[in-house]
Ligand binder design. Structure first.
Ligand SMILES: [Zn+2]
Length: 141
């Protein structure tokens, strides 16, 4: 397992991962819940959606918006067991140990706290027309 600094510097070199930012709604949600409640949510979400040996819908189980933890998962490559294996060297097809779950939660909280040190993002802009060059997965906010 890589240390967190190394992980974050590798993530910083991935244009795909770098595109993820908290939207206004998620930023406000993170702000109002506070760190300890968010950490508890992160632990619950990871235990339920990522930790099983074969998570339901693996590869598509993490929404693109709606909770700060979901966005943090995409940004930190902890969204599914495939990304967890590729980026974090955590083997697929076996349940995550308590220690591995705590590691993932730590990574998520580090990313969220970095986002919360930045100014609130602007409210979502609704575009009149879809832009042809947009990645369809990323046009949701
Ligand atoms: Zn993934």
């Amino acid at each position: 397992m890589n240390n967190a600094d190394d992980l974050f510097s590798r993530l910083a070199r991935s244009p795909f991962r770098q595109r993820f930012r908290l939207g206004r709604a998620e930023y406000e949600m993170a702000h109002s819940k506070g760190e300890s409640l968010l950490r508890q949510h992160a632990a619950e979400l990871i235990a339920r959606r990522l930790a099983p040996a074969e998570p339901p819908n693996d590869g598509k189980q993490t929404p693109m918006r709606g909770h700060p933890v979901f966005i943090a998962q995409h940004a930190t490559a902890t969204c599914c067991r495939g990304c967890l294996s590729q980026w974090h060297q955590i083997a697929q097809h076996q349940p995550l140990s308590a220690e591995q779950q705590a590691y993932v939660v730590g990574v998520l909280m580090q990313w969220i706290s970095g986002q919360m040190q930045q100014p609130a993002p602007p409210a979502r802009v609704i575009r009149s027309k879809p832009q042809p060059d947009d990645d369809p997965q990323l046009t949701l906010w």
